[in-house]
Write a new protein. Sequence first.
Length: 136
Amino acid sequence: LDLNIPKPDLSPDYTFAWPLRGWISQGYSARHRGIDIATAWGAPVYAAGEGRVVRAGWLFTGYGFSVIIRHPNGLVTLYSHMTNPAVKAGDWVTRGQKIGLVGSTGNSTGPHVHFEVRKNRVRVNPLPYLPPLPPH
């Protein structure tokens, strides 16, 4: 799936904003419970919504350097394969705030961010929570 992603949308019309600019290199499926957004190494990664950082650092499950944010609406977002995160556990972040840089840490074959949305601890398709992609 080669789709151009718009710059992060800070409008409140959608649950979350896109966490970075790039393209979807791998979509959501039963075997891949998130979306991979590919772009240049070192590109900024933004919080998709306001919330409390509950984890920031190395995750040993193949995610590499990651940030996990719990949002007031009860949803949780995860951003992985980044370089060292720019936030720490306990920080409050706002929608569109830089939380790190794109990397290729953990089980990764190139620079991208694996982005997940979790609802009631279950990983769900992130696309319904994000603004629509522009026409391709």
